[in-house]
Design a protein around this ligand. Structure first.
Ligand code: ADP
Ligand code: GLC
Length: 482
């Protein structure tokens, strides 16, 4: 029998995306379907979502949901069921889902995402006749109140429903002042160490982690790392206390969207056997970033410009990168100082460094197809998707040895080269010297054309589809519904 899962998140492709969370939430329904799971995705009704679904079909109307009127609408994304929380007071705001035009978090984010959690818990618990769910799956802090409501304030007359809480990024925890507690509609008993209370306020992610039947994160290494203060960011004790209930399930990639053999966005399609065809993509990319052709490798970076992603350290090594004959194309947006550092480096090295500040999905495809290597110098990386797209496109990943980066790239050390299994380059510490050394290694390897091709081919032959992880999620769901 099919297992029916309600998957709740603040973003999902193709409706709304700010990062890898959207890729994963958007891909999960198809990933688990072959394993007997029917998944419905639930997201807030931001303007982009409301435009995409048209009218939808009303499932339920709240006169007041955490203080404002709201409706649950049913629609479809592709072949899969979708539920949208239409609450104009909170979600009818253009632009970034979390921040106002000035880049600051919306001050009522606690209310907006408490509403998402409350409505998801109601729906999973049986609010709508004819819509039954066996399990609720919540992603990140924005959805984390859903398991908390199921546990501490379940819908009246509803069924007990188990829940899974997935951590895509421990750095974002959704902490709000104690005064918000009264607005959450929770019983007083929920204000406790094993409830929503966290450092004298309300912790959304903390509450979800306490309440969920099981916890997952998006790679095995990150699942181990978050037991440590450096990565657990205050929640390491809770993670350790939940013991065996915490596990890492590696993200897959959408192999239809990200396939160099069929990609409609790129100048010339290619395969592991026809790597020569990448050259046209490289030339096109050089043109797009106003780079001069050269003998050294063309590195690319496709990233949020943040401390997590090590973009401050990247800025520090750019003169070195150019000095040893390499070139770089960057696509990213985020921290103003990092944007400026990159722009200044581009101005110092015209024709060698090109920077585009912004967000451009199609360009991300062209960069993976035309770049020789993708740099991912993250300080921490729960999974990371750009290195996986790089592997699939023969754009060799040069990555920090952390989280999902450690799990997905095989470093080209002498043993791996001798065994013919290397797929990229890994480096340890995130500092200027170590990153510069990794870039040196990449440039040297690139000079050995046969070895470089072997590394590209090894990566392209790896299977990072959702096949294995889709089954792992399905198995986990089944184990929880008993
Ligand atoms: P994170 O979710 O932490 O940002 P991931 O590597 O998991 O990191 O996912 C990032 C996703 O966002 C990838 O699909 C990547 O291609 C995409 N991306 C990041 N920055 C940009 C950008 N400026 N333009 C287009 N796509 C981007
Ligand atoms: C987060 C993480 C990233 C991960 C993505 C999808 O944004 O930073 O490492 O790949 O979620 O799970």
């Amino acid at each position: 029998m099919n297992v029916r899962v309600l998957s709740v998140a603040s973003e999902a492709l193709p409706l709304v995306k700010t990062g890898g969370l959207a890729d994963v939430v958007g891909a999960l329904p198809a990933a688990v379907e072959p394993h007997g799971v029917k998944m419905t995705v639930m997201v807030p009704g931001y303007p982009s979502v409301m435009r995409a679904i048209g009218k939808g079909r009303q499932l339920h109307a709240y006169a007041s949901l955490v203080g404002e009127p709201a409706r649950l609408l049913s629609a479809r994304i592709g072949d899969h069921a979708l539920v949208v929380l239409d609450a104009p007071a909170w979600f009818s705001r253009e632009g970034n889902p979390y921040t106002a035009g000035d880049g600051k978090d919306w001050p009522d984010n606690w209310r907006r995402f408490a509403a998402l959690g409350r409505a998801a818990a109601d729906l999973a618990g049986g609010l709508v006749k004819g819509k039954r769910f066996d399990l609720l799956h919540a992603h990140d802090w924005q959805a984390a109140m859903a398991p908390a409501y199921l546990r501490f304030a379940p819908p009246e007359g509803g069924r007990a429903v188990p829940s899974v809480m997935t951590i895509h990024n421990m750095a974002f925890q959704g902490w709000f002042g104690a005064e918000t507690f009264a607005g959450l509609g929770l019983p007083r008993s929920a204000w406790s160490m094993h409830g929503v209370e966290y450092h004298g306020g309300v912790g959304f992610l903390k509450a979800g982690l306490e309440a969920a039947s099981a916890i997952t994160t998006v790679s095995p290494t990150y699942a181990a790392e978050i037991r440590d203060p450096q990565f657990g960011m205050g929640l390491e004790g809770l993670i350790v206390s939940r013991g065996e209930r915490v596990r890492g399930i590696l993200n897959g990639i959408d192999t239809v969207q990200w396939n160099p053999e069929t990609d409609p966005e790129i100048a010339e399609r290619f395969t592991a056997r026809k790597l020569d065809r990448r050259l046209r993509n490289k030339r096109a990319l050089e043109e797009e970033f106003a780079l001069e052709p050269g003998d050294g490798p063309l590195f690319v970076v496709i990233s949020r410009l943040t401390w997590q992603k090590g973009m401050d350290v990247l800025v520090e090594v750019l003169d070195h990168l150019v000095g040893i004959g390499a070139r770089l194309a960057v696509l990213g947006a985020g921290d103003a100082a990092m944007e400026q550092g990159l722009r200044q480096a581009a101005a110092r090295h015209p024709g060698r460094i090109g920077v585009l500040v912004g967000y451009d999905e199609a360009l991300a495809h062209r960069m993976q197809a035309g770049g020789d290597a993708i740099l991912v110098p993250s300080r921490f990386e729960p999974c990371g998707l750009t290195q996986l797209y790089g592997l699939a496109y023969g754009c060799v990943p040069v990555v920090a040895r952390t989280g999902g980066l450690a799990d997905t790239v095989i470093d080209a050390n002498p043993a791996a080269i001798a065994a013919g299994v290397a797929t990229g380059i890994q480096f340890g510490r995130i500092d200027r010297q170590t990153l510069a050394h990794a870039i040196d290694r990449a440039v040297a390897l690139y000079g050995d054309r046969d070895e470089w091709r072997r590394i590209q081919r090894n990566g392209m032959r790896c299977d990072f589809s959702w096949q294995a992880s889709g089954k792992a999620y399905a198995d986990l769901y089944r184990s929880l519904i008993g």
